[in-house]
Design a protein around this ligand. Structure first.
Ligand SMILES: Nc1ncnc2c1ncn2[C@@H]1O[C@H](COP(=O)(O)OP(=O)(O)O)[C@@H](O)[C@H]1O
Ligand SMILES: [Mg+2]
Length: 298
């Protein structure tokens, strides 16, 4: 639950309180041994707290996130309270369902800067592999999948993504709903929230998932190349600003090849979790088929 609180006599007038109560969920699952969904949630709040405590301060205005104020974990993993800067008071009061071409680029720019900021991060206290659909945390969805090549190659697709030379932190749930847009027209700035699934990974996972959250199959197909080129230009620029000594063309080559793998990996989750999901469309099917063809050598 998200609440806005007004503080009297404090440095900040308004703060956001993210309150999570897992005590009832824990009671329901006690004794079931290895309840994966509950454990995933517990870990996700520990990770979000760790992110705000120890990583958020490295994010500058090009990948704006709320500032951390305080956190408290209830006894026995019963719940969490996170107190954060209110982004609405810092001009990011606008939320979007549909996004314009310019807003898509603003979000991709946020992702590129975030990925540049955390290139080769140790991810201490975060997920060792980021995203909420990561295979190791989704055995039930894998089991629920219809037999077929995507299920058969799920582990291999995951392995390829995890073996990328260039690892950064991925946001892990970078959909349009987790971006907060500036209320000043066209200043091009966005901020992001919801860091429960932040962890190490290939940046293409965020990019593919972000595109899936805001473009139709037709738009995703038509714009794929221009959006990827825009993302990589920004990434190169942001890495250069940080003077990170980097073989950028090797990174770009490797990550571009992994873009279809990132899509296939997300489709693997969707087809176990919600087989008729609208994101399982002609575009994502074609990409998944191309990955399978590559893996089978056909
Ligand atoms: N610090 C913040 N400032 C302003 N709005 C926020 C802040 N944190 C969260 N929100 C708003 O609340 C929504 C839900 O928060 P989020 O952390 O994404 O929780 P959930 O895990 O329930 O999705 C966000 O999409 C955003 O609109
Ligand atoms: Mg959210």
């Amino acid at each position: 639950m998200i609440q806005r609180a007004r503080l009297i006599g404090a440095e900040r007038e308004e703060v956001i309180i993210k309150h999570i109560d897992l005590s009832s969920s824990r009671e329901n699952h006690r004794g079931w041994g290895g309840d994966i969904s509950h454990q995933r949630k517990v870990r996700s709040y520990q990770v979000e707290t760790a992110f705000y405590r120890a990583f958020a301060m490295q994010c500058d205005e090009h990948c704006r996130v709320p500032k951390f104020i305080a956190a408290h974990e209830k006894e026995d993993q019963g719940g969490w309270i996170l107190v954060l800067e209110d982004l609405d008071s810092a001009k990011f009061s606008s939320r979007k369902h549909g996004v314009t071409a310019a807003e898509i680029r603003d979000c991709l720019s946020w992702l590129a800067n975030f990925h540049a900021t955390f290139m080769n991060s140790d991810a201490l206290g975060l997920w060792s592999i980021g995203t909420y659909w990561h295979l190791a945390t989704r055995p039930d969805e894998l089991a629920a999948m219809e037999d077929g090549p995507l299920k058969e190659f799920a582990a291999e697709i995951d392995r390829r993504l995890n073996q990328t030379q260039s690892q950064t932190l991925v946001h892990g749930d970078a959909k349009v709903a987790n971006f907060c847009f500036s209320d000043r027209d066209d200043d091009g700035q966005v901020a992001a929230v919801d860091f429960q699934y932040v962890g190490r990974g290939c940046g293409m996972k965020d990019v593919a998932y972000f595109i899936s959250s805001c473009l139709s199959e037709k738009e995703a197909a038509e714009q794929q190349e221009s959006l990827l080129s825009f993302y990589f230009e920004r990434l190169q620029e942001f890495l250069a600003i940080r003077h990170i000594d980097f073989n950028f063309s090797a990174l770009e080559h490797e990550w571009r090849e992994l873009y279809p793998f990132a899509w296939a990996d997300f489709c693997r989750f969707l087809s176990g979790w919600s087989p008729g999901h609208w994101k399982l469309n002609n575009y994502s099917d074609r990409i998944t088929q191309s990955v399978i063809a590559q893996l089978t050598g056909s």
